[in-house]
Design a protein around this ligand. Structure first.
Ligand code: AMP
Ligand code: GLY
Length: 427
């Protein structure tokens, strides 16, 4: 198989790394890739947003499968265009990608299909949104409807904050056209975890539960980021909760999307809030989470290529996945200032030393290679994943590799996995 992976972050490096190890894969091409992906795939400089360019590339290279990493090309209809051209693709159609592309669509879908989620309303008119905030008269969450690179969610402790948030979104264009509509919903408490499922339109297989760390600083403080680290399995998702999430969320979503005429093929990512035995969907994503993808693929024993091909053909039934024992934990090395302004072009050293640490692997997110050197080229620069017999061992291996790496302003959280490590230590 010749596979084209679309994207150029840590998620795509992990995908290229895993797919390139498959005995049935002859070549992995990545568009546009990054400085580290070049080690396991041929990088082609077509941007992930260039739907027509990617279609032409897939045709020209005569690939057997396209695996789409990020959400934007999915929402823009890349998979629809590949389908029309008869090129197998793993990822949802634009209609199915609305589960992530429009929060109002996804909330209405959940209500219609009885999927547990926070009570909500959607508004395009400022006065209606303000009236809803008055009615609620308490904490709430305000979300821009469309794609906002993970930044469109504002947690509001008071009606005054909520009023500011809807004004910023609806009137000041804080998130551009993604903010033409706002969703206002109940503020939920609990612990977050994610369950991802590989779906073929009818059937699905779930992956291990993972937990992301969205806040920038230790102790879950500071601004929200794309994710500063992740690990799996997440023990907060007990076997009973896992079954509950499959029964109450994944199954009705896959059935509901098919019944509504938009069968879901690709990765269904359910971001859950868990409070005792109460579960609630915070968001759906329609692709692998980043960084969650990195520890998940480090744990996956099975060959991924035939599974994604089967899913793209609607032929997943009967497929099972084998997992390694133990746990995996990924620490993101970010540029100083991220998620705000940061510099790029700083040289990264110690990558060879990090790669030599047993049971650690370094995936590149925002890097560029030139003259045999690697420089920073993004906010999230590297993802360092450790595996081990226990989560503690996985964390020790990941941090041992992190400690080999250096670049100007490098910043990382030192407490990735803290919730699980604390609960495991209590046991
Ligand atoms: P989303 O992009 O919708 O997942 O939101 C990003 C983050 O905001 C989530 O990972 C949660 O930490 C938080 N969040 C979203 N919705 C809620 C909610 N209804 N209650 C509390 N926190 C939320
Ligand atoms: N890490 C969260 C996401 O990929 O949306």
């Amino acid at each position: 198989m010749k596979i084209l992976v679309v994207g150029g972050g840590g998620r795509e490096h992990a995908l290229c790394w895993k797919l390139s190890r498959s005995p049935v894969v002859t070549e992995v091409i990545c568009a546009p890739g990054n400085g580290g992906i070049a080690d396991c795939a041929r990088c082609v400089p077509t941007p992930a947003a260039d739907v027509e360019g990617l279609l032409a590339l897939a045709r020209h290279e005569n690939v057997d499968l396209v695996v789409v990493g990020p959400e934007a090309p999915l929402v823009a209809g890349l998979v629809d265009r590949l389908d029309e051209a008869g090129i197998p693709a793993f990822g949802p159609s634009a209609a199915a990608a609305r589960l992530e592309g429009s929060k109002a669509f996804s909330k209405e879908f959940m209500v219609r299909h009885g999927i547990p989620t926070a009570r909500f309303s959607a508004h395009e008119v400022l006065d209606d949104a303000l009236a809803e905030i008055d009615r609620r008269n308490g904490p709430c969450v305000v979300k821009a409807d469309g794609l906002a690179a993970g930044k469109g969610v504002i947690l509001c402790a008071s009606p005054a904050e909520a009023r500011d948030a809807v004004r910023a979104i609806l009137c000041d264009g804080a998130f551009g056209t993604a903010g033409a509509r706002v969703v206002i919903e109940d503020f939920l408490c609990g612990e977050e975890a994610s369950i991802l499922a590989i779906c073929d339109g009818t059937d699905f297989i779930t992956l291990m539960a993972a937990q992301d760390h969205k806040a920038a600083y230790d102790g879950d403080t500071g601004p929200n980021t794309g994710g500063m680290g992740a690990y799996c399995p997440a023990p907060v998702v007990t076997p009973a909760l896992r079954q509950q999430i499959i029964a109450q969320v994944i199954t009705p979503t896959v059935r509901g999307m098919a019944a509504d005429g938009h069968p879901f093929r690709g990765i269904l990512y359910a971001g859950m809030m868990i409070d005792g035995d109460r579960i609630s969907v915070l968001e759906f994503n329609v692709r692998f989470g980043d960084p969650e993808c990195q520890p998940l693929l480090a744990m996956l024993e099975s060959d991924l290529a035939p599974v994604l091909l089967a899913a793209s053909r609607g032929a997943l039934k009967g497929t099972t996945l084998a997992w390694r024992d133990g746990a995996a934990l990924c620490v993101v090395l970010a540029a100083g200032g991220y998620p705000g302004n940061y510099t790029t072009g700083d040289e990264i050293t110690g990558l060879a030393e990090a790669a030599a640490v047993p049971r650690a692997v370094v995936f590149h997110a925002g890097t560029r290679a030139s003259d045999g050197r690697i420089h920073t080229a993004g906010g999230r620069v590297l993802g360092v994943t450790g595996t081990g017999a226990s989560l503690r061992e996985a964390a020790d291996n990941a941090y041992a590799a992190c400690d080999c790496i250096h670049f100007n302003g490098m910043r990382l959280r030192r407490d990735i996995g803290h919730r699980a490590l604390k609960s495991l230590e209590r046991m």
